[in-house]
Design a protein around this ligand. Sequence first.
Ligand SMILES: [Zn+2]
Length: 257
Amino acid sequence: MQNYSTDAINIKTYPISEYDNIVVMFSKDMGLIRGVAKGVKRPKSKLGAASQALVANSLVMSQRRNLDIIKEASAINSFNKLRYDLDKLTMAIYTAETINTFCVSENIDNDQNEAIYNLLYKTLDNIQNAQNKTQILLAEIKFQLAFMNLSGFGIELRRCLKCSKEPKGTVLFSTETGGIACVDCAIDNVSYVKLHEKIREFLIALNETPVDVKTKYDDIVNEKVTNSCFNLLKKYIEITSNKKSKAFKVMEETYVG
Ligand SMILES: [Zn+2]
């Protein structure tokens, strides 16, 4: 059987037998993949630490008909500083879980795979180096915006979804459509939240700046603002993710059934 190598970040791990685990990973070359970490629960296993969740590894995988086997794993980054802080750990797990529910296995879009891998890596690093709760939330909002852009579900913050004009002042934001509307353009049956001008400017700056570049808001934003933006985007991602999996189900039933 063939071997192949890739860099991958462990998303989660679960047992498959007394000594073996399955590791779900996001790889730079193939997107979501799974591999068996053989003998990982034996005391002297070489794979032990490298197969933990939220570790980035350089891997050698052995291709098998059903589940590939992790032959070698050497840690690139263990993101250790996020393991001793509950807020950081919770956010890192949320990040990994978002990728797990949103991405498809063996995605063939290589540029997208690499961009998502780099985004996940950078986000885990930003979370582990955060100095306070606000910085953790800020790192995560940057992830949420960039991840939705990369997935083709980027949010529209500049133009009204109904009239296409650039509204001024307070606007309405819908977590269902992921876009804004002028106060007068609200569509029936869609629920909105009010988005203050300053909050919109903050989100636009983050949305249009690469995650590894600091914005003018990074040092002045507070926990209240980051917390409400994080929850708003979390809601949008949940709704989009549900729609996506429903659409996928319909497709499966249509084409397979
Ligand atoms: Zn409008």
